[in-house]
Design a protein around this ligand. Structure first.
Ligand code: HEM
Length: 409
């Protein structure tokens, strides 16, 4: 059967807010469709996405195997020089030996013990953020709580001094705009500037830590070596920046989309509160995973096809690109019972939210802990918390989240 052709307006506000009906129709029709505008083959089913993420014939780059000339890629766009000075050194966009080398260095320093040691600080920070708004009786959840919490935690973890934290969110915001399908010249300019300034700031900090080591990840990255193989200076800077960005962007969106989902599902909202009041940690854990399945903050990732292949009857040509709708796999009735229902006690939950395979999210334990602590403290401190107006989605689908979530309590 030939692969059907469709164009989904991925950046349309209605699609961003609720892509589920369109994605269901695509899942029901065929395993994949080709989008002529983006020239990509998109997959929507859980089983296909799972096997593609484990398939070595796909990668986040092709440059570990071929030169640009061999695959017919044009030279890099000179307009994106500043951005690429950062992005070309990000290990998530590497494959093969370079990816394995940097990922194993990061795994060595970003340990479960270090993550668990953050619990107390996470609780304190959440209390402090709630203290600041409690007397007002209302706030915008995104700006008052969802955003500052993971930013503070990841900045603490890396060891960014307080005085330099103000730029983290704007720089990160400017950089991640480049991951959307389609961006403007102004966005490229802003990303170039942000990436260059960020690289410089982190470079100076790494220099400082080399001379005066501290108990933080930048110091660990400066010091860590792996059987003689080390990070280059640019890799060290880019890895630190990537951890700072990846360490908060999706968590901000995961917690605010999660709270909105609870507001929209009153019986599950009550279940969540009960879980908190009874300190039912196993339910809290399944609840956080279910919220991250039900609303996927990073809905779509891409891969290059490294050699000619076929998957589930869909032919894929070397050098072509595929888009994997994790958000769609997360609602696939072939894998999830009652996929469009929020069921906080769901046990069988192979969510695609953190990806799978070689690039599986290194921060998943931290993200899960952050959401568990955030919801626990929120419902303990503000038992009457409720929606106080319409939530507003931010622009962009690839990084999907809320601009505003007004709450009162
Ligand atoms: C709710 C929050 C989060 C979500 C939904 C999320 C999701 C993801 C996904 C889907 C990937 C794989 C991308 C792909 O398949 O191409 C990924 C990779 C990654 N994430 Fe997360 N993430 C979250 C939080 C975090 C946090 C808190 C950190 C901590 C620093 C982090 C660090 C990373 C890193 C380092 C990678 C790259 C792994 C590699 O390429 O080997 N993430 N994340």
């Amino acid at each position: 059967m030939p692969t059907p052709t469709h164009h989904i307006d991925i950046n349309h506000p209605d699609f961003i807010a609720s892509p589920y009906a369109q994605l269901k129709a695509l899942r029901d029709e065929s395993p994949a469709y080709h989008d002529p505008v983006w020239d990509k083959t998109f997959f929507t089913r859980h089983a296909d996405i799972t096997s593609l993420l484990r398939d070595k014939r796909l990668g986040r780059t092709m440059l570990h195997l071929y030169s640009r000339e061999e695959i017919g890629w044009p030279p890099p766009d000179p307009r994106t020089k500043g951005f690429r000075g950062y992005q070309d050194n990000v290990f998530m966009d590497m494959e093969g030996k370079s990816h394995a080398r940097i990922r194993s260095l990061v795994t060595k320093v970003f340990t479960p013990k270090r993550v668990e040691s953050l619990r107390g600080r996470l609780e304190q920070t959440t209390h402090r953020l709630i203290d600041a708004v409690e007397a007002d009786g209302r706030c915008d959840f995104v700006h008052a709580i969802a955003e500052p919490l993971p930013v503070t935690m990841i900045a603490d973890l890396l060891g960014i001094p307080e005085a330099q934290r103000g730029n983290l969110r704007p720089w990160s915001n400017a950089i991640v705009k480049m991951y959307e399908l389609g961006y403007t010249d102004e966005q490229v300019e802003a990303a170039n500037r942000a990436a260059s300034d960020f690289m410089e700031m982190v470079g100076a900090l790494a220099e400082e830590r080399r001379a005066h080591p501290q108990d933080d990840l930048i110091t660990d990255l400066v010091q860590v070596t792996d059987q003689g193989e080390t990070l280059t200076e640019n890799e060290l800077r880019a890895t630190s920046i990537f951890l700072l960005n990846a360490g908060h962007e999706a968590t901000v969106n995961g917690s605010s989309l999660g709270l909105r989902a609870l507001f929209q599902n009153p019986s599950q909202f009550e279940t969540m509160k009960e879980a908190v009041y009874q300190n039912n940690t196993s339910l809290l854990k399944t609840a956080v995973d279910e919220l991250l399945r039900y609303e996927t903050p990073l809905p779509m990732f891409q891969r290059y096809v490294l050699e000619d292949m076929e998957i589930n009857g869909v032919p894929l040509e070397r050098g072509s690109e595929v888009g994997l709708f994790y958000i769609s796999g997360n609602r696939d009735s072939a894998r999830f019972e009652r996929p469009d229902e929020l069921i906080l006690s769901r046990q069988d939950n192979p969510l695609l939210t953190f990806g799978l395979g070689t690039h599986y999210c290194l921060g998943a334990p931290l993200a899960r802990l952050e959401l568990q602590v955030l919801f626990s403290v929120l419902f303990q401190r503000l038992p009457n918390v409720r929606a106080a107006g319409e939530a507003q989605f931010a622009k962009g689908f690839v990084i999907r989240g809320l601009e505003k979530l007004p709450i009162e309590f």
